[in-house]
Design a protein. Structure first.
Ligand SMILES: C[S@@+](CC[C@H](N)C(=O)[O-])C[C@H]1O[C@@H](n2cnc3c(N)ncnc32)[C@H](O)[C@@H]1O
Length: 332
């Protein structure tokens, strides 16, 4: 199944079987009106791809919509799509393409990926607007029943300092205190009794409260205060990921994984998408594969993959990247 295919993705997508793909990630030209160029190798060869649209935004939207329609056909009923774009066209893409093709009810998230901060000296000319430093990832699914694994990131030091500020002297375990008051009080059937001299409608039955007390899980911070229960840091999963992704660094020319492909995306970004929206053995498609980031990550995470690009260089670079990665794996 794993394949890198050279050609215009519209023709290739049309030739593929319906309901066969679990996850699509696409990072098409952003309607930036730029030429992306890179000087490649010792010979100083210039390679590039164009993001210029002489017919304006209508031309761009029609071009991309034709492709997204095919992608929708290819997805399995449980499949999903992540479309990567930025301020140049994100409003048009959401309203005129994704809502139309997938349906507004299948919109799941608009993720904001924060790219690197720009540090400026004092001598640059000042701008008259803020420097854009974010991309948009639209997450849509084909239907309401789809693969989604919740992901977590580690707690920040600030969060730990604010919430997990207690340490158990005997074990060194860090914990926070959480309320045991029953939400909704008597009306919701929460039992009323006394704990450490304080009577309330509690969340737990008297028997469960007894067990918690025996396990030293109930704490009263001072006489007369409402008792609370411990929640240990080592039992928490971390902070559930939300829609602002500011913890995935963009690539710099000196990054280890940088292969020099213009607009190459970081593997950590793709890893996150693949881990939350696909399982091992699933098939992942990237119809604008560029430098091969998606297929390299898919291969490493034991997904099947298909990458398409119309540029010979892109396909060659992706092939080389996969070969290098696979030989590193077979050595280790
Ligand atoms: C923004 S780059 C993708 C970068 C990639 N995500 C990475 O991490 O390296 C967009 C790619 O789309 C390719 N492309 C543009 N139009 C295409 C088309 N109609 N069919 C196939 N590939 C196309 C370009 O050659 C370019 O490699």
């Amino acid at each position: 199944m794993n394949q890198l295919i050279l050609g215009d993705n519209l023709e290739i997508l049309k030739s593929m079987e319906s309901d066969s793909i679990d996850l699509i990630y696409l990072d098409p030209p952003f309607f930036s009106n730029r030429n992306y160029e890179v000087i490649w190798g010792d010979a100083g060869e210039i390679r590039s791809f164009q993001d210029r649209w002489s017919g304006g935004i209508d031309h761009y939207v029609a071009w991309l919509k034709d492709r997204v329609l095919e992608m929708h056909r290819l997805l399995k009923p449980t499949g999903s799509i992540f479309l990567h774009c930025d301020w140049h066209a994100n409003a048009y893409i959401r309203v005129l393409i994704l809502d139309k093709v997938f349906g507004g009810n299948n919109f799941r998230n608009e993720i904001i990926w924060k790219r690197a901060d720009t540090v400026k000296g004092n001598f640059g000319q000042s701008r008259k607007a803020f420097d854009p430093n974010a991309d948009t990832l639209f997450f849509y699914t084909k239907n309401g029943d789809y693969t989604f694994e919740e992901l977590y990131k580690p707690y920040s030091d600030e969060y730990l300092g604010t919430f997990y500020k207690y340490v158990e002297p005997e074990t060194g375990r860090r914990y926070r205190l959480i309320s045991m008051i029953g939400p909704g009080g008597a009306a919701k059937g929460n039992p009323f009794y006394e704990v450490m001299g304080v009577s309330r409608h509690w969340r737990y039955s008297q028997a469960k409260m007894k067990v918690l007390m025996e396990k030293q899980m109930v704490v009263q911070t001072r006489k007369g205060a409402v008792p609370q229960r411990k929640q240990y840091l080592d039992e928490g999963k971390g902070v559930a990921l939300q829609t602002i992704w500011d913890d995935v660094s963009s690539l710099s020319a000196t990054s280890k994984e940088c292969i020099g492909y213009p607009t190459q995306k970081p593997e950590a970004l793709l890893e996150r998408i693949l881990l939350c929206a696909s399982n091992e053995g699933d098939t992942v498609l990237d119809p604008f594969v560029g430098g091969g980031t998606t297929v390299a990550v898919a291969d490493r995470l034991k997904r099947q993959w298909i990458g398409i690009d119309q540029s010979v260089q892109a396909i060659k670079v992706s092939e080389m990247r996969l070969q290098q990665q696979q030989s590193i794996f077979s050595l280790s």
